[in-house]
Design a protein around this ligand. Structure first.
Ligand code: FES
Length: 191
């Protein structure tokens, strides 16, 4: 084999090696830039794709005799802090029928439904439903966020998510109402 031939082979091998190294380096750079691009959006990605978790221990919050049909009271769950402020609504049978017909009865138990009252927009305390028993909305006084009374979903305004739902159990013997968990996060809604 001639010296010229060897030298050509070496040059070719060197070129292949350099090409390979460049490809590895470019792949590495693309990986780094992808990570840098995606990382700031991680909370947003989590926000849209993470399933709501149920939180909190079972706790007695009221008795059926405490609330007339069509009325709302405030209870605290899971703790006793301001952020635990929760609306407990006793719906009329007509309201329950309406909620069922609208497909908004997911969280209704024996005519009762409950939502944490901290607005998922900028954490103002949402107001209870006011006016007639037929009133169907919770309204946030800060920026006019409006939530449906049956399922806590957003009907209008800037809130990005429904109110956290507090799941309930009613003891039919004693009439005691228990909160059994919260679906969502206080101040962030059902995310
Ligand atoms: S804080 Fe409730 S709508 Fe803005």
């Amino acid at each position: 084999m001639s010296i010229v031939g060897d030298s050509k082979e070496n040059t070719k091998e060197k070129a292949i090696e350099e090409g390979f190294t460049r490809r590895v380096f470019l792949t590495f750079l693309m990986g780094v830039s992808t990570v840098m691009t995606v990382t700031p959006f991680a909370p947003m990605i989590e926000y849209f794709f993470k399933k709501p978790e149920k939180r909190g221990e079972k706790k007695k919050v009221a008795n059926v005799s405490d609330l007339e049909e069509g009325s709302t009271t405030i209870v605290f769950f899971p703790g006793e802090e301001t952020e635990d402020r929760t609306f407990l609504v006793h719906l009329t049978p007509e309201e329950v029928d309406q909620a069922i017909s609208e497909g908004r009865d997911e969280f209704i138990t024996e005519g009762f439904v409950a939502f944490n009252s901290i607005c998922p927009h900028l954490q103002c305390p949402v107001g209870p439903p006011e006016g007639t028993p037929e009133e169907e909305e919770f309204v946030c006084p800060c920026h006019g966020g409006v939530y449906n009374k049956f399922d806590g979903t957003v009907l209008g305004g800037p809130p990005p998510a429904p109110l956290p739902a507090v799941t309930l159990e009613v003891d039919k013997t004693t009439g005691d109402i228990y909160a059994t968990g919260m679906i969502g996060k206080v101040g962030r809604g059902r995310v």
